[in-house]
Every structure is written in structure tokens, then in C-alpha cells.
Design a protein around this ligand. Structure first.
Ligand code: BYC
Length: 332
């Protein structure tokens, strides 16, 4: 992503630049270890700033790109009630993107730079949004599984060490809970319907299960950013820990729905007190990260078009602001 490009010229997050003042660094590390929030004007190591800009902007892009698979179904929602729920959810996702761009901007990268990086294909966003929504049950599966995975990841981020990111997560998590429940409710209703509707739910589960597990990122032993991010309390739990929690929480929900998890190796492990699950196809994950996901091109085309079509709104807002500033200056 955009800030990864910076990493290549300015050292990596895993190896903070040696030029930093050791006293400042020690004071910073002590504050983090003491669970204090770091705020925008506080001193922070450059690698901390870069890692956060990378993660928060990636998160913001995911929210905005994540509006597209669901937006695709707004005109085909089966009832007024479902349409209103879906519309509210998609608007929430837009709001999450805006809080997160604001949080990332406090670290010194402008929103325009972040968006330019996304449109240039340099910035990452969650792999999950590169899969198509083929039937109405997919909308339920996104709420239940995708928002469910997002909550699992975001609840610990409410205690992330960077204040603006942590505070944004509080509201985001509340809204994600509603998103998860509306998805599950939609699927429960379909399961009470015809055999064809039940088959649609199972089909959606079959397609969304594995990509949802991939949302948590690569396994811990192949996650280059995890060790430093855990040390700096940016991440509070590892990718594998969160993935396991998600599996443990979701399998009983699938049973209640009356559908099967598409994993022949899934099995409760009494000794571990967790479900064992099958191998994730990491080749697929890395291909999607590289931009080879089934609808990756379509997603970027839609984002670029939305940006171009919104130019007049940004220009009007800037012209209004300039006029207000001129009035204030004239009155002073
Ligand atoms: N997709 O060292 P790692 C939502 C990248 S939206 C793409 O483990 P890290 C919703 C990773 O960036 C919620 N890329 O990284 C919206 C890194 O690459 P770079 C989205 C991925 O950062 C609308 C490389 O792989 N949630 O809920 O320590 C509708 C190595 O990984 C992915 C967030 O964004 C992926 N899945 O850990 C519905 C959560 N996974 O940048 C719902 C915030 C990894 O070094 N982010 N990569 O080149 C995080 O918690 C962390 O960034 C991650 C990855 C756990 C995702």
C-alpha cells in the first residue's frame, strides 16, 4: 500500500530508524507499556507513524470499497424493510471510512494522498471485497461472516495505543454489531423459506467462509508486521488468535442456522478447548492481495468513477469554505 512504498525508502516498521533520540524512544515505549494513549501531537517513532498510517488507511479503504458488494443489491432487496436496513448499513460503512481517513490524517498523510494511492493500485484494502455478491443470501453472509470477522478484529482495536484510532473503533464496533445481527437475521428468515432459499444460504456460506477466515491476515509465522505491532500495542491480539476466536464463535451459529461449514477437517478439540479447522489456501489469499481477486478491477473502476463524479461536490465545498474565509477576514 501507499505507506509500504514509503517503507522501502525510509526503513521498515520492524526496524525503527536508528537516528531517533533514545530518550524519546524510551519514554514513548514506557507510555505504551503503561497502556497510555498516544495522541497526534505526541512524539512517536517514525516507524510507529508509518505502521499506523498503513493500517488505518488500509482499514479506511476497506470500509469504502466494502460498500460496493452490498450497494450492488440495493435495487434488488426483496422488501422495503430489507432495503432500509441495507441502506442504513452501507451508509454506516461510508461513515466508518470517513472517521478512519480523519484518524489517519492526524498522522500527517492527507486524504487525497491516501485516495490517490488506492486509485493507483498501490494501497491495499481487505481481500474480502474482491469477491462478487451473486445472490441475496450473500448480503446476509456479508453481515454475518464479514462483519462478524471485522468485529472480532476491531473489538481489541478499541484498546489500540493510538488514541484517534481507538476512539473511532468504539463507534464502529457498535455499528458493526447491528450489521452482524441484521445479516444473521436475514439468513435465519431465508432458512424458514423454500428449499431453494435454504440452498442459497448454504451456497453463500460455501463461498464466503474461507475468504472470511483470510480477512485476519497471514498466519502469525508469516506476518511480517505482527511482532512490532503487538509490541507497540497497535495490535492487541495476533492474526491466528483472532481467527481462532472467530471460528469458535461462528461454528455454533452455523449449526443454529442449520447449515454446514464447508470444511471436512473442522472438529471440536476437547483438549485445546477450540475447534480445529482445515488448511487455508494461502496461494489464493496472496493472489487476491496482489490484485488478482475475481472482481478487483471492477471494484477499482467503481471507486475511480465515484471519485470523478464527486469532483463537483468537493469543488463546491472548497469554494464555499473560501468564501466564508474571505467574509471572516473582511469582518475582522
Ligand atoms: N487483505 O503482517 P500482516 C469491514 C496484508 S472493513 C489485504 O499480518 P498487519 C466492512 C497486510 O496489509 C474491515 N491485505 O499485516 C466494510 C500486510 O501488507 P503490507 C477491515 C492484507 O497489518 C464494509 C501483509 O498482508 N478491517 O468490516 O499486521 C462492509 C502482511 O500482513 C490482509 C481492517 O482493516 C487482508 N485480509 O495485519 C462490510 C482491520 N491481511 O501493508 C464490512 C484493521 C493482511 O505490509 N487491520 N494483509 O504491504 C488489521 O487489523 C491488520 O492490518 C490486519 C493485518 C490484521 C488486517
Amino acid at each position: 500500500m501507499y505507506t509500504t512504498e514509503l517503507d522501502k525508502t525510509a526503513g521498515s516498521a520492524a526496524a525503527p530508524a536508528a537516528v531517533e533520540d533514545p530518550a524519546l524512544l524510551a519514554a514513548f515505549e514506557a507510555r505504551v507499556a503503561n497502556d497510555e494513549f498516544i495522541e497526534p501531537k505526541d512524539w512517536m517513532p517514525e516507524a510507529y507513524r508509518r505502521t499506523l498510517t498503513r493500517q488505518i488507511s488500509q482499514h479506511a479503504h476497506s470500509e469504502i470499497v466494502g460498500m460496493l458488494p452490498e450497494g450492488n443489491w440495493l435495487t434488488r432487496a426483496p422488501s422495503l424493510k430489507r432495503k432500509a436496513i441495507l441502506l442504513a448499513k452501507i451508509q454506516d460503512e461510508g461513515g466508518h471510512g470517513l472517521y478512519l481517513y480523519c484518524a489517519a490524517e492526524t498522522l500527517g498523510t492527507s486524504r487525497e494522498q491516501m485516495i490517490e494511492a488506492l486509485h493507483a493500485g498501490k494501497a491495499k484494502y481487505s481481500t474480502i471485497f474482491n469477491y462478487p455478491t451473486l445472490n441475496w443470501a450473500d448480503i446476509g453472509a456479508i453481515g454475518w461472516l464479514v462483519d462478524g470477522a471485522a468485529i472480532m478484529n476491531q473489538v481489541p482495536l478499541q484498546r489500540t495505543s493510538y488514541g484517534p484510532y481507538a476512539r473511532a473503533m468504539v463507534r464502529v464496533c457498535k455499528e458493526e454489531s447491528f450489521h452482524q445481527r441484521q445479516g444473521y437475521d436475514l439468513l435465519l428468515e431465508m432458512m424458514k423459506g423454500t428449499p431453494e432459499q435454504r440452498a442459497m444460504v448454504q451456497d453463500a456460506m460455501n463461498r464466503w467462509w474461507w475468504p472470511s477466515l483470510m480477512m485476519f491476515g497471514p498466519p502469525d509465522d508469516n506476518s511480517p508486521n505482527s511482532a512490532q505491532s503487538i509490541r507497540w500495542r497497535i495490535k492487541r491480539e495476533t492474526n491466528d488468535e483472532l481467527r481462532q476466536k472467530f471460528v469458535d464463535a461462528t461454528v455454533p451459529q452455523a449449526e443454529l442456522l442449520g447449515i454446514t461449514v464447508p470444511d471436512p477437517d473442522l472438529q471440536w478439540n476437547e483438549e485445546r478447548g477450540h475447534y480445529d479447522f482445515g488448511a487455508i489456501d494461502w496461494n489464493e489469499f496472496y493472489a487476491v492481495v496482489r490484485g488478482e481477486g475475481p472482481v478487483a478491477r471492477e471494484r477499482m473502476k467503481a471507486r475511480r468513477a465515484a471519485w470523478d463524479e464527486g469532483a463537483w461536490v468537493r469543488e463546491a465545498a472548497a469554494a464555499w469554505e473560501a468564501r466564508q474565509a474571505a467574509r471572516r477576514a473582511a469582518a475582522a
